[in-house]
Ligand binder design. Structure first.
Ligand code: FAD
Length: 291
């Protein structure tokens, strides 16, 4: 089922993200997590794409398994920036052959060791080029993209970031998933700004439950997200006690989700990070709300 069809639902929907294993040794552990998350019957599940594409076959295998084995629609991520056009085209052909319907088209992060390279000769520079390749592939993919309520870290300013986002939706990106954020007012302001800029596609807020203190620095470095005082107090107070931090992190994410639903944002994506216990706890906390 196309993600855009799911997003037409007036009932609240919840989707989860999983990531593929880095090596074949951990494939069965990931499969088990996928199995348990799929059993919660989310509206769809997304599968990330390893930076550089080294684990791309796993993304495809897991995305296919989610829809074929569990009957849950899947969304396969695909990145382009550190790949050749030839390899991306062949990956798109693999997606077509496997019957992948939904693709989250991403640029990918510039690898740290290639940051200072002259990129003019690279095959890809921005996600928009991948979206065009997907559109030209002859398959009727439902294509999504990423967006950044707190501005992409490489953007010169908010105006430019939104202008490029509009270009992405103009070439065929049909829905957007946000980078994580910990202050919902930033998301509401972003939504207002992009609607004003003429971007009308559905935007799904991505919520990251922070359930251990080590995750905090990594998540903030990756996303550049603002950490509200209320959340830093939780980390300061409970960060050294794993069970308490898990409970407080789930409660904080639940609070964000309930506030979003209360403000008529009907579709939520949860960065569940292959943690069924986190997904399950959040689903339990909102069970009456999403009925
Ligand atoms: P783009 O849309 O290309 O934007 C990147 C930057 O370039 C922005 O500053 C933008 O304003 C600017 N820009 C865009 N178009 C143009 C243009 N035409 N000219 C000039 N500037 C332009 N990474 C992975 O490796 N694997 C994943 O599975 C993955 N999943 C993600 C899922 C979500 C929901 C999000 C939010 C991010 C994900 N990422 C993933 C990280 C993502 O790859 C990085 O954030 C990356 O730096 C940007 O990707 P993008 O698709 O947003 O890029």
């Amino acid at each position: 089922m196309r993600i855009t069809e799911i997003l037409k639902s007036e009932k609240p929907t919840v989707s989860f993200e999983v990531f593929p294993p880095k090596t074949s040794d951990s494939f069965s552990a990931v499969e088990k997590a996928v199995d348990e998350i799929a059993a919660m019957n989310p509206s769809y599940m997304s599968v990330t794409y390893g930076a550089g594409g080294g684990t791309s076959q796993y993304t495809l295998d897991i995305a296919r398994e989610i829809s074929e084995k569990y009957g849950v629609p899947s969304l396969a991520h695909l990145t382009c920036v550190s790949s050749s056009r030839e390899s991306v085209k062949s990956r798109i052909e693999d997606f077509k052959a496997a019957g992948i319907e939904n693709v989250l088209a991403l640029r990918g992060d510039i690898p740290a060791d290639r940051m200072n390279e002259d990129r003019s000769g690279w095959d890809y520079h921005h996600a928009i080029e991948l979206i065009s390749d997907l559109k030209e592939s002859g398959a009727d993919f439902c294509i999504g993209g990423a967006c950044y309520p707190e501005v992409h870290p490489e953007s010169a300013n908010r105006k430019e970031d939104i202008m490029h986002l509009k270009e992405k939706t103009d070439v065929g990106c049909e829905f957007l998933t946000t980078q994580m954020f910990f202050d919902n007012s930033l998301f509401y302001a972003f939504l207002y700004r992009i609607r004003e800029a003429g971007i009308s596609v559905p935007v799904i807020p991505g919520i990251m439950p922070i359930t251990n203190a080590n995750q905090v620095a990594r998540a903030i470095k990756l996303s550049g997200s603002f950490m509200p005082q209320r959340f830093s107090s939780i980390v300061d107070r409970f960060g050294s006690s794993p069970d308490a931090m898990m409970q407080a992190g789930i409660a904080y994410a639940t609070d964000q989700i309930i506030d979003l639903f209360a403000n008529n944002i009907n579709h939520i994506h949860i960065y569940s990070m292959n943690k069924p216990q986190v997904a399950e706890a959040i689903m339990r906390n909102i069970s009456e709300i999403i009925k």
